[in-house]
Ligand binder design. Structure first.
Ligand SMILES: O=P(O)(O)OC[C@H]1O[C@H](O[C@H]2O[C@H](CO)[C@@H](O)[C@H](O)[C@H]2O)[C@H](O)[C@@H](O)[C@@H]1O
Length: 443
C-alpha cells in the first residue's frame, strides 16, 4: 500500500478528508528519516507494528512486535531490532482483560458486567427505600476510607506536587460533563471550560476520551489542550503547550500555521470499524432505546435507554457480530458497550505516550494527575500506580472497584479540585481561599 502525504487540515478537523493518509505517510516518513529514534517512549517502529488490518503470513512478526509492546513496563520503552515490521493481522494478539468474555463466549459475564456498571439510583433510594439507602451510604463511607476525597486530601496532593511538574489528564464524560441520556447533549458548563482553560496555563493538560477526538473537541473547544480520542487511539495537541512545554512527536502544521503533534496507532482499522459500525446500526434497530455511536476508531453501543430485559439480547447481537471480526474486541463502560481494535493500546498507553512526548520518561520530577469515572480509565490508573509519584482520582458517588487512590463524587467536585490546583500553582498553599461545605471558593 502506498501512502501519500496530504497537507494538514485545521487542528480540530484532522479527522476529515484524507488526513488519515497523511498521518500514516508521515509516520512512515518518520521511520525512514529518524530510524529508531524514540518518540513518546516507544520506538516508532514498534508503534507502527501495532497497526494492523488483514490476515496473513506475517502475523507472527506482527504479534511478536506487539507482544514486546504489551510486555514492556509502561515506563520502560520497548525496543525492536530496527527491522521494518509489516502490517498484518492482530488476530493472534491476546485480548485484554475486559474483552476476554467475547472470545470465550461468556455471555453471562458480559451481562453481569453490564449490570455491575449500571448501579442503582443512589439518591432516589433515600426516599424509595431508606433501609437500602443506609446500607449503601455505609458501604460508600467504608469505600471512602480506601479512596479518600481528593478535595479533603488536597494538602497531601499539594505536598506531593511540590517541586514537580504536574501534568493533568482528564476523562470527558462523567468527569468534565455530567452523564446524560443523550450522548450528543453531554455539554460541559462554561464554568468548567473556564476552569480547564486556566488549568492549561498552569500545567500541560490533556483530555483522554472514548469519544472521537473531533467530537470531544467540539464539546471542550480549547485548542491549547492535548486530545486523545477513541480511548487514546487518536492523539493530537499543540507542539508547544500553553504552559510552555515543547512536545516531541510527529508534527504537522494546522490551517493557522501552528505546529501540532499527533499519533494514531490504529489508523488502518478505520475500514473495519466503519463496516462493523454499519452492521451494528442495522442489527440493533429492533432494540428500542439502543444507540450506536461512531467514535472513529471505536464504536459505542449505548443501552442507557434500553429496558433491562433486552440487555442480554443486545449483548448477544453485538457479540455475534464480533465473532467475525477477531481483530476487534469488546469493552464496556457506563451503560455502553465499546467495540475497539484489539491492539495493545488504551488510555494508559496514551497517557504514557504524552508523558514521554513531554519529556517526562522515567522522570522523578513529574506528578501526573489523572481524573476519570469509567472502566477504561482504569488502564490509566494502573499506569500511574507503576510510577514513582502519581495522583489517580476516580469520579464516583458510589463504591466501585478501582485502582485509583483518591475519589471525587461528581463533575462539580472535579471543577473544585482543578480550581484548587490552579490556585495552589498561582498562589501556593499560604494564600488559599475558602473551602466551605465541600466546595472550594476562590475570591
Ligand atoms: O472516556 P469517556 O470520555 O468517558 O467516554 C466514554 C463514553 O462516554 C459517552 O457515553 C457516556 O456518556 C453519555 C453522555 O453522558 C451517556 O449517555 C452514556 O450512557 C455514557 O456511557 C460516549 O457517548 C461514549 O461514546 C463513550 O464511549
Amino acid at each position: 500500500m502506498i501512502y501519500k502525504c496530504a497537507s494538514a487540515e485545521s487542528f480540530d478537523r484532522f479527522d476529515l478528508g484524507d488526513i488519515e493518509i497523511a498521518e500514516v505517510g508521515l509516520l512512515r516518513a518518520s521511520l525512514s528519516t529518524i530510524g529508531d529514534r524514540m518518540v513518546g517512549g516507544v520506538s516508532l517502529r514498534s508503534k507502527r507494528a501495532v497497526v494492523c488490518g488483514e490476515t496473513g503470513a506475517s502475523s507472527c512478526a506482527s504479534a511478536m512486535a506487539v507482544s514486546s509492546l504489551v510486555s514492556a513496563s509502561p515506563l520502560k520503552p520497548s525496543t525492536t531490532n530496527g527491522s521494518s515490521v509489516s502490517v498484518k493481522s492482530m488476530a493472534g494478539v491476546a485480548p485484554k482483560k475486559h474483552g476476554s468474555y467475547v472470545e470465550k463466549g461468556h455471555l453471562t459475564t458480559c451481562i453481569s458486567a453490564m449490570r455491575a456498571h449500571s448501579p442503582s439510583r443512589f439518591r432516589s433510594l433515600h426516599t424509595e427505600a431508606p433501609e437500602a439507602f443506609n446500607v449503601e451510604a455505609a458501604s460508600y463511607s467504608a469505600w471512602l476510607e480506601k479512596h479518600p476525597s481528593a478535595l479533603n486530601s488536597f494538602d497531601k496532593v499539594a505536598k506531593l506536587a511540590k517541586s514537580k511538574q504536574v501534568v493533568v489528564f482528564l476523562d470527558y464524560d462523567g468527569t468534565l460533563s455530567p452523564i446524560v441520556e443523550n450522548p450528543d447533549r453531554a455539554f460541559m458548563s462554561d464554568e468548567m471550560r473556564a476552569t480547564v482553560k486556566e488549568l492549561a496555563t498552569c500545567f500541560p493538560t490533556a483530555i483522554i476520551s472514548g469519544r472521537a477526538r473531533a467530537k470531544v473537541y467540539d464539546f471542550v473547544q480549547l485548542s491549547e489542550l492535548y486530545y486523545a480520542g477513541s480511548h487514546g487511539m487518536d492523539i493530537m495537541g499543540p507542539a508547544k503547550s500553553s504552559s510552555g512545554y515543547k512536545v516531541s512527536g510527529t508534527r504537522v502544521k494546522d490551517k493557522k500555521g501552528n505546529d501540532v503533534v499527533f499519533f494514531q496507532p490504529a489508523s488502518e482499522y478505520l475500514p473495519v470499524v466503519d463496516k462493523v459500525c454499519s452492521i451494528l446500526n442495522e442489527i440493533t434497530k429492533t432494540i428500542k432505546g439502543s444507540r450506536v455511536e461512531h467514535n472513529k476508531y471505536c464504536v459505542s453501543v449505548h443501552f442507557r435507554l434500553v429496558k433491562e430485559e433486552l440487555w442480554e439480547s443486545l449483548a448477544t447481537k453485538v457479540q455475534n457480530v464480533l465473532k467475525d471480526y477477531p481483530m476487534l474486541r469488546l469493552t464496556h463502560g457506563r451503560k455502553v458497550l465499546e467495540v475497539r481494535p484489539a491492539i495493545a493500546w488504551d488510555k494508559g498507553k496514551a497517557v504514557n505516550y504524552l508523558l514521554n512526548s513531554l519529556g517526562f520518561a522515567d522522570s522523578d520530577d513529574v506528578l501526573p494527575v489523572y481524573i476519570g469515572d469509567d472502566r477504561t480509565d482504569e488502564d490509566a490508573f494502573q499506569l500511574l500506580n507503576g510510577m514513582k509519584h502519581a495522583c489517580s482520582i476516580l469520579v464516583s458517588n458510589s463504591p466501585k472497584s478501582t485502582k485509583a487512590s483518591l475519589s471525587l463524587r461528581e463533575p462539580a467536585e472535579v471543577m473544585d479540585f482543578l480550581r484548587r490546583l490552579v490556585h495552589w500553582k498561582k498562589w501556593g498553599p499560604e494564600k488559599r481561599n475558602g473551602f466551605q461545605n465541600g466546595r472550594y471558593f476562590i475570591s
